[in-house]
Design a protein. Structure first.
Length: 435
C-alpha cells in the first residue's frame, strides 16, 4: 500500500480534485488539538487561522468530541422537517437568548454561512414585500449566486460567474483608513452612515429596499471596523424607512470579537442575524436568528433544508455553548485580544510596512503597505509574510480586496507559549521583509 506522504497526496490531488478548489498551503493534516495542527509527516504548526474563524473553542475539544460520538451512536439524520429532535430545539432556545436584543426571537437551521445569508434575504423580502437588498463595499457574504452578488471583491469570488442576481446594490462602508469620501474621523461625523439617505435617492428607493446586510467587522474585506457611531446611525435610518437590518455574524459571532456576538459592542439588535463558522466547532451548521414576528411571517415549509440542523452538528454546537459558559472563554478572548493589540501596535512602531492595526478583541488584522504616505497596497509583502511564516511552522491568512492584510483567527484556547512562539515568528517575518 502506498505510504501517505505530502508528495503522494499532492500527486493524487492533482488527478482528482478540481483546480478551482485550491488550498493556501501544502500541509495535509493528520490531526489537530487546541491551537496546534500536525501534518502527515509529523510537522507541527501553530494555527493562527482557525479554519477561517471556525475553531474558536480549539481543534478536537474533548466536550465537542464527546457530544459528536454520543449523538452518532444514537442517530445521525432524520431530517428535522420530517422527524424533529431535541438537540435542534435546545440549541434554538440557547441562540434565541444569546443573540442581542430583548425582542422575542425564533431560529432556523441550515448548513453553511452562505445558506444562512440566502435565507435571511428570503425572509426579509417575504416580510417586507420589497425586492432590493443593500450590501457594502469590501463585504463578503458567500459563494452562492446571491451571496456572490452581495459580495464586493471580484477576483476570485465573482470573476467569470455572472450574470448575477438582480436588485442588489453596493454602498460605501466605514473604511476609516481609506475613507471612500476622503474624510478623516472623527471630524467626518460618520458621513458614511448618513450617506445611506442619499443612497436611497440616487441608487435605490427606500420603499423598494427590504434590508441592508452588513458584517459588524468585515472579514474577507480586511477586518475593516467601523467607528462606534456608525451602526447606531445606520440602524436608525433603517428604522425610519421600514428597512430591515441583517447582521452577518458568520465570522464575528460565537466569541470572535470578545463578545458572543459583535453587535453587542454597539448595543444593536438586528432584525435578522446570520451565524455559522464557530457555531459547531467545524461541524456543518448555520442559522438565521431573528425577531419572531419576522421569522414567523413565512408560510409553513416556505423555508427548509434536508440536512439543516443535523443532530450531530446541533450536539456539537450545544457543546460549544457549554464551553463558553463553563470555561470563561469570552473573558479568555478579551485577554487574548489585549495581548494581540499590544504586540501589533508594537509591530507597527517597528515596521514601516504596517499601515494600520484594526479589529475588535482577538479578531485583529494588520494592513500592509509599500509606503505609509501613499498607502499603496502591500499585496506582495503580505504574500511573502504568509509564506515565510508557513515555512517556520505558523499558519497565517491574508485577506482584503487587495490581499494586503494579515488577519489572525487563532483558537481562543491557544496557550501563552504557543501565542508567543507564533508572534515571534511573525516578528521574524516582518524583519525579513524590511531587509
Amino acid at each position: 500500500m502506498q505510504s501517505v506522504t505530502t508528495a503522494y497526496l499532492s500527486e493524487l490531488r492533482e488527478k482528482v480534485i478540481a483546480k478551482g478548489y485550491a488550498s493556501g498551503t501544502n500541509c495535509y493534516v493528520k490531526n489537530a488539538s487546541g491551537a496546534m495542527v500536525y501534518d502527515v509527516e509529523g510537522r507541527e504548526y501553530i494555527d493562527f487561522a482557525g479554519g477561517i474563524a471556525v475553531m474558536n473553542v480549539g481543534h478536537s475539544h474533548p466536550k465537542v468530541v464527546a457530544a459528536i460520538k454520543d449523538q452518532a451512536e444514537k442517530f445521525t439524520h432524520t431530517c428535522f422537517m420530517v422527524l424533529p429532535y431535541e438537540p435542534a430545539v435546545r440549541l434554538a432556545e440557547k441562540l434565541c437568548v444569546a443573540v442581542p436584543g430583548n425582542s422575542p426571537k425564533a431560529a432556523f437551521f441550515i448548513n453553511t454561512g452562505a445558506e444562512a445569508v440566502e435565507n435571511a434575504v428570503k425572509i426579509a423580502r417575504y416580510y417586507t414585500k420589497r425586492p432590493a437588498i443593500i450590501s457594502f463595499e469590501n463585504g463578503f457574504h458567500g459563494r452562492t449566486l446571491l451571496c456572490m452578488t452581495l459580495t464586493s471583491k471580484v477576483k476570485p469570488y465573482k470573476f467569470g460567474f455572472g450574470p448575477f442576481a438582480p436588485e442588489v446594490y453596493h454602498a460605501p462602508y466605514a473604511y476609516c483608513y481609506r475613507c471612500p469620501f476622503g474624510l478623516k474621523y472623527p471630524g467626518c461625523d460618520t458621513a458614511c452612515a448618513d450617506y445611506l439617505r442619499e443612497f436611497f435617492i440616487t441608487t435605490v428607493a427606500a420603499e423598494s429596499t427590504a434590508a441592508i446586510i452588513a458584517e459588524p467587522v468585515q472579514g474577507e474585506g480586511g477586518f475593516i471596523t467601523p467607528p462606534p457611531e456608525y451602526f447606531p446611525k445606520l440602524k436608525k435610518i433603517c428604522e425610519e424607512n421600514g428597512v430591515l437590518f441583517i447582521a452577518d455574524e458568520v465570522q464575528t459571532g460565537i466569541g470572535r470579537t470578545g463578545k458572543m456576538f459583535a453587535m453587542e459592542h454597539w448595543n444593536i439588535e438586528a432584525d435578522l442575524t446570520t451565524l455559522a463558522k464557530s457555531l459547531a466547532a467545524g461541524m456543518p451548521l448555520s442559522a438565521v436568528v431573528g425577531k419572531k414576528e419576522i421569522m414567523d411571517s413565512v408560510h409553513s415549509v416556505g423555508i427548509g433544508s434536508t440536512y439543516g440542523g443535523n443532530p450531530i452538528s446541533c450536539r456539537a454546537a450545544l457543546a460549544v455553548m457549554e464551553i463558553f459558559e463553563t470555561e470563561n472563554l469570552l473573558e479568555t478572548g478579551v485577554k487574548l485580544g489585549e495581548k494581540l493589540r499590544k504586540r501589533f501596535e508594537e509591530f507597527k512602531k517597528k515596521f514601516e510596512v504596517i499601515g494600520d492595526v484594526r479589529g475588535m478583541g482577538p479578531m485583529l488584522a494588520l494592513e500592509l503597505v509599500k509606503d505609509r504616505e501613499t498607502k499603496k497596497h502591500g499585496t506582495d509583502e503580505a504574500k511573502a509574510l504568509v509564506k515565510f511564516c508557513y515555512e517556520k511552522g505558523l499558519i497565517l491568512l491574508a485577506c482584503g480586496s487587495h490581499s494586503n492584510n494579515i488577519r489572525v483567527l487563532m483558537p481562543l484556547v491557544i496557550t501563552d507559549e504557543q501565542l508567543e512562539k507564533g508572534l515571534a515568528i511573525m516578528e521574524e517575518g516582518f524583519t525579513a521583509l524590511e531587509k
